[in-house]
Design a protein around this ligand. Structure first.
Ligand code: SF4
Length: 351
């Protein structure tokens, strides 16, 4: 636990947490919606500071970050709690947990462990990192000093205040939409009042120079509306242009949602529509063996990156990042490791 920074004191003795768009207004002793930020004494405290709940080494493709450093090993962790309450959450054991348990590890220890295990970057994932921004910030700053890059896998409910802090250390963000960004879906199945804030987050990430990729979890029957998907894609493209990677992800039944998994044809309809709308790098995720997880040159159709289920099999780019057939620049950072990583390997410790 540690005193938080993202909050303001109100004249009536309450505190407003400014970490996420819920802006919870708390009375003394109260904890916010996410379950990890508590008004104690005079201040707001982050109860999961130094308390990761799950730690794994994942491929970067699992985040998914598809257009940077293929096959990088990513030290991935999350904590208890979440500011969303998705009925289909695959990590509900962590995200909906309101008991503050985990592995006691401070920022130094996390970075040291990531370096020891040969990772190129750190991902703040599994639950929503925005709720533990101050902890992520301290890890991320040390990670940068030691040549590791930082990835957020986020629901996009950040505030301008938290993005100010995040932009000091964040390199990549995968912003996850669900149910085609349908307002009804967000309200009914996720207890989230207004997904439109997510577009503001994407814009602020872009302005902060953070590499952004987009996913949309397509949930059949209740979160599968092509018109709404088209609107979401257009809004994302207005902000990010036509080179932003957009992945349509297969949903699987979990937690309180029993609807069967998304049919492949449903995902294909989304994929084809994204292509028709001009998305150059559309993908289908969570299904092994599909061509639509590969990167193709948008000009000549050459296969640029072949993947199979969260793994890059081959990269076919010129040294300066162009299609080898027609010379179209492909926005992929293709080095195996972040360039800064090399210096971390050479000095071998945490600074
Ligand atoms: S981070 Fe948690 S406490 Fe803060 S506004 Fe969001 S849900 Fe509320």
């Amino acid at each position: 636990m540690k005193k938080a920074s993202l909050y303001r004191k109100n004249a009536d003795g309450t505190i407003t947490c400014t970490a996420c768009r819920r802006y919870c207004r708390l009375h003394p002793g109260q904890t916010g919606f996410c379950g990890v930020r508590t008004f104690r004494g005079e201040d707001l405290f982050l109860d999961v500071y130094g308390l990761p709940y799950a730690i794994n080494i994942d491929p970067i493709e699992k985040k998914p970050v598809l257009h940077a450093y293929p096959n990088s090993r990513i030290y991935s962790f999350g904590t208890s709690g979440c500011d969303f309450a998705c009925k289909f959450c695959q990590n509900y054991d962590m995200s909906q947990r309101r008991e503050m348990i985990g592995i006691e590890m401070g920022p130094d220890e996390i970075v040291r462990d990531a370096l020891k295990r040969g990772c190129a970057g750190i991902a703040y994932t599994y639950n929503e990192p925005t709720i533990f921004t101050e902890f992520a910030h301290d890890v991320g700053m040390i990670a940068h000093r030691n040549g590791l890059f930082n990835i957020y896998v986020t629901n996009g409910y950040e505030t301008p205040e938290s993005i100010d802090m995040i932009s000091e250390f964040l390199d990549f963000a995968t912003v996850d939409f669900k149910g085609n960004a349908s307002v009804d879906f967000y309200r009914k199945f996720m207890s989230v009042p207004d997904p439109s804030f997510i577009y503001d987050t994407i814009r602020l990430f872009r302005d902060a120079g953070i590499h952004v990729e987009i996913t949309d979890l397509v949930v059949p029957e209740v979160g599968d509306n092509l018109e709404l998907a088209a609107e979401m894609i257009r809004r994302v493209m207005e902000i990010m242009g036509d080179e932003v990677p957009i992945s349509f992800l297969r949903y699987h039944p979990d937690y309180r949602m029993t609807i069967p998994s998304t049919p492949v044809e449903t995902l294909m309809r989304h994929y084809r529509m994204a292509k028709e709308l001009g998305v150059k790098y559309a993908y289908i995720g969570n299904i092994p063996g599909m061509d639509q997880q590969n990167t193709y040159c948008p000009s000549c159709g050459e296969l640029i990156i072949r993947r199979d289920f969260m793994k890059t099999i081959s990269v076919n780019l010129t040294a300066d990042g162009k299609c080898p057939v027609c010379n179209t620049p492909i926005p992929v950072a293709a080095g195996k490791y972040h360039p800064m990583r090399q210096s971390a390997v050479s000095h071998g410790g945490v600074s």
